[in-house]
Write a protein that binds this ligand. Structure first.
Ligand code: PLP
Length: 396
């Protein structure tokens, strides 16, 4: 059969056609009135996409650049910080905070699990300057309880900041950024925003802006205060990835259309879409007798599925690619060979979900030599979808 290349990976994700067209047609210089108008509109729309009144910065880098900025702008060498880690992205916080001379206290949970709030409460002493966590741990598919963690951090008062890597969380998970008191929430262009890699963004609270006045870690390109000043004039401090801003403008228009003209409603619809696709995928995987890697607290961003006993998940990943040109992700690090990951982020719909589950039935049959009951994964997913018509995900 003809093969269409499709991404089911947790970043980069499938591209929005109108954003691709906007990029291709774009040629404005960044120090012009027209570009300043686009830049200003995009930053304002990004507040609605994130769901915050806080100032938003968009930098030209991959997501890790703004993760690094969230360490360098908020800490001084020797600061005690609390890192919550349960996967490869959590481990990135440990590496980043050490690189800037912080002293991280690390709460580590096994891959596939999430945190115990009581343990966090015990480690949250008043000398902790910043807490670093992921909203969704893309290496394991786990969802962390950001609201619960925020509650504990805010009970500490204003001296402890909360930084959330929501790079796969934004657009797949509901957050009340200002209500919960998240000080920095971070996202990336190649995830739910449906455009290529190259932009990273964050919303920064007043508490965090004040911390920057005292923080002594070295910083230059990722100097948030410099970017904020430039942004107030409709500019970036350095040359922004101009065509990606055109793409981002188109993507935000698309989300607004999803909300019938209301961007916040569109964001909600995008999240509900991911939740439904994830629920369908979990039901499909279980119907095939497969085990979820992060079954106790699964995210809507992606579903990580254990390879059947004795089978390397690389065989499954390769079969998806060879037979259907579908790109699913293998495990990272120690998880390589043990699991495969199907993402539901951004421009991803019902037909993608049903299609990948139908393909999974064939892939499993070929990889294990044991025929599955064809239609069993699809049937389970169909039933989830049918139930969602009676009771929409967003109304539960
Ligand atoms: C994709 C991702 C990142 C960012 O990675 P980059 O390659 O730097 O864009 C960070 N954290 C999580 C949870 C992610 O999914």
């Amino acid at each position: 059969m003809l093969l269409k290349n499709r991404l089911f990976t947790p970043g980069p994700t499938p591209l929005l056609p109108s954003a691709q067209t906007a990029m291709a047609a774009f040629s404005l210089h960044h120090r012009t009135a027209d570009f300043r108008a686009l830049y200003t509109r995009v930053l304002s729309d990004m507040k609605d996409f994130i769901g915050t009144k806080n100032d938003v910065l968009v930098l030209s880098s991959s997501g890790t650049g703004v993760m690094e900025g969230s360490v360098s702008n908020l800490t001084s060498p020797g600061d005690k910080v609390l890192v919550l880690t349960a996967g490869k992205f959590g481990e990135r916080w440990t590496g980043l905070t050490k690189a800037f001379g912080c002293v991280p206290e690390v709460i580590s949970r096994p891959y596939g699990e999430t945190f115990v709030l009581d343990e966090i409460k015990q480690k949250l002493t008043p000398d902790v300057k910043v807490v670093y966590v992921q909203a969704t741990e893309s290496s394991t598919g786990a969802r962390h309880d950001v609201q619960g963690i925020a509650k504990l951090v805010r009970a500490q008062g204003d001296d402890t900041l909360l930084v959330v890597d929501a790079i796969t969380g934004l657009g797949t998970t509901h957050f009340d950024v200002d209500g919960w008191g998240i000080d920095v929430i971070i996202g990336g262009s190649q995830k739910a925003l449906m455009i290529p890699p190259g932009l990273a963004y964050c919303a920064v609270s007043e508490r965090a802006w004040q911390r920057m006045e005292a923080a002594k870690s070295p910083r230059y390109y990722f100097d948030f205060r410099k970017e904020r000043k430039a942004a107030a004039k409709g500019e970036s401090a350095y040359t922004p990835a101009t065509s990606l801003f055109a793409a981002l403008g188109a993507a935000l228009d698309f989300v607004r259309q999803m909300g019938n003209g209301d961007l916040a409603a569109g964001r909600k619809a995008l999240v509900d879409n991911a939740e439904l696709a994830a629920e369908m995928t979990r039901a499909g995987a279980k119907a095939l007798g497969l085990k979820l890697f992060a079954g106790a607290s699964p995210s809507a961003a992606l579903t990580a599925i254990d390879a059947p006993a004795g089978l390397d998940s690389g065989v499954i990943v390769k079969a998806f690619r060879d037979s259907f040109s579908a790109v699913v992700a293998n495990g990272q690090g120690d998880m390589k060979g043990k699991l495969f990951r199907i993402a539901h982020i951004g421009y991803y719909d019902y037909l993608d979900t049903v299609g990948i589950l139908a393909a999974l039935e064939h892939v499993l049959t070929a990889a294990t030599g044991k025929p599955v009951a064809y239609g069993s994964a699809v049937k389970a997913a169909q039933e989830v979808y049918a139930r969602s018509l009676a009771q929409p995900v967003g109304a539960r």
